[in-house]
Ligand binder design. Structure first.
Ligand SMILES: NC(=O)c1ccc[n+]([C@@H]2O[C@H](COP(=O)([O-])OP(=O)(O)OC[C@H]3O[C@@H](n4cnc5c(N)ncnc54)[C@H](OP(=O)(O)O)[C@@H]3O)[C@@H](O)[C@H]2O)c1
Length: 250
């Protein structure tokens, strides 16, 4: 299959944090849409859902990627090179951490009295810094696409005009997603001459481990965002969008 004519026309998507939640939703949706899917996660050997999917989907490739580690990102680039897929048409920076991910007793990492440099730094590192470094390392694959898109999963919590504001305090998550949005705005300037579009998108309230009160199924949320990725024009690059494709209030 590697070099068949059929394969030459298949697009490739790389997803971070593909083992569960929204990332797993993206994996299922893009497989259904006929993409070659590179599903990355911290521990592929224990990613049971991805392993099951890969048994029946020859176009699903599992690679190891911890976005918090520079050497892991570089090793992931080597792993993708070894797949000989040549291009990445869509890169999805899906990984994100919230207070509860860092400390199951969320109040411990949320409230002012408990804040510390380590927890805040970790949140900024994974939510805002890692996505841009992932793009940096995979840029050559994106360039070869001719019309690539980088999707960055942000949150409504990054808006000063959030239509559904939360009463709960969440310094690190909200501020790190604002930082991500600004990274995306700046990234768009450098990617435009390379014919690569990028945007930040709020996925809605999605039922995952991060959000046990979510109302949208991960696959539905992934489908909404996949539609935006396929339609986005370079002129709209750098925007903060809602999952329906409309601009999110800043
Ligand atoms: N759910 C919602 O309602 C909602 C709303 C707004 C925005 N979002 C955003 O949507 C994205 C996905 O969230 P989710 O709800 O699917 O969260 P989730 O269920 O907590 O999943 C998070 C994913 O990120 C992975 N991850 C965490 N740290 C990582 C690292 N250092 N390297 C690689 N992978 C790492 C996790 O892998 P492990 O299994 O290895 O921990 C997991 O696959 C996030 O950016 C989140 O901020 C979600």
């Amino acid at each position: 299959m590697q070099n068949s004519i059929y394969n030459m026309f298949m697009k490739t998507v790389l997803i971070t944090g593909a083992n569960r939640g929204l990332g797993l939703g993206f994996t299922k949706v893009f497989l259904k849409q006929g993409y070659k899917v590179i599903a990355s996660c911290r521990d592929p050997q224990s990613a049971n859902d991805l392993i099951s999917l890969s048994r029946v989907n020859p176009d699903l490739y599992l690679i190891k990627l911890d976005v918090a580690s520079d050497s892991s990102i570089v090793r992931a680039v080597d792993a993708v090179e070894a797949l000989e897929l040549d291009t990445i048409d869509i890169l999805i920076n899906n990984v994100g951490v919230n207070s509860r991910t860092i400390n199951p007793d969320a109040d411990k990492s949320r409230k002012l009295i408990h804040l510390d440099r380590k927890v805040l730094g970790q949140m900024f590192d994974i939510n805002a810094v890692a996505p841009i470094l992932v793009v940096k390392e995979f840029l050559s694959f994106l360039k070869r696409s001719g019309r690539a898109v980088v999707v960055n999963v942000t949150s409504q919590r990054a808006s000063f005009n959030d239509p559904e504001p939360s009463a709960e305090v969440n310094y690190g998550y909200c501020a790190s997603k604002v930082a991500l949005n600004m990274m995306v705005k700046e990234l768009a300037k450098e990617l435009a001459p390379l014919q690569i579009a990028t945007f930040a998108v709020h996925p809605g309230s999605v039922l995952t481990e991060m959000n046990s009160k979510g109302v949208i199924a991960p696959e539905q949320a992934a489908e909404n965002i996949a539609k935006i990725a396929e339609q986005i024009e370079l002129a709209a690059s750098g925007s903060f969008l809602n999952y329906d494709g409309e601009l999110f209030p800043l």
